[in-house]
Design a protein around this ligand. Sequence first.
Ligand SMILES: [Zn+2]
Ligand SMILES: [Zn+2]
Length: 277
Amino acid sequence: MEDYIEAHKFSNNHMEQLKKDKICGCFYCLTGVKRKRNGNRNIKNMRTQTSDNVKIGNIRYFTELKGDAPISVYVVSGEKGDMLIDTGFSTTTQALVRWISEKGYNITDIFITHAHPDHDWNAARFKQLFNARIWLGKEDLSLICNFADQPQTPTHSRFVSRVKRISFWTKTPLFKSKHYVPDILIDENANEVAKQYGYDIEFVHLPGHTKGSYGILKDGVLYAGDSYAVLNGTPMEPPHAYSIEEMKDSVRKIAELSPEYLACGHGVPFLFTDHMM
Ligand SMILES: [Zn+2]
Ligand SMILES: [Zn+2]
């Protein structure tokens, strides 16, 4: 209180209120409150970690540091344009568009690692905004806007309530992505198709979390979607899967591929060689 009164030594108008309460309504307090709001906005920006703030290999990433499973989006480049890997959720839309525009990325393609709303929420909007092609695993076509099409099982008992909660919310319109039509369905020919569009990438089928979960291997980085996850900063198997058996096979496949970095759909990318089981 003493410091506060000291700060107000030039404010004589509300000295009585000041002595009683910290919020007095004087100019100092009002601008103080305003500063605080601005400050909060700054903190919010800082909650977005990108490859500009923290460099991890040469990975170009955008992570909204929110909750225990922050949503991550990536960009890889081709000869003719850039490919956005996943589109984030409603909470990331504005900051993500700003980041893409500030970086000057020319998004000609959007790869959806799997058709869950926290990955394809902005697919319809970005397809139009960037005039981009959408790539999606053929097995996830029926999953678009239809989470229940591939019911999710918790991969661990501690995730039971989480899966119940997610399964409930995804039935409501609030958590349903806007419908979109993929331009390219990823199958065994997808690497050839990617080459035609100028991308030197390798699609890796990683079923389990969903049937049509795919990753992209490029320059030693596996962009893995939700086939693996970083929860509370700890790399681990995803909390839920359509098929736990297939999910485990895919985790083994990731270990066999042994990329230098793993860039998951949640959490910031990490050096996989450090984490090798
Ligand atoms: Zn998912
Ligand atoms: Zn996800």
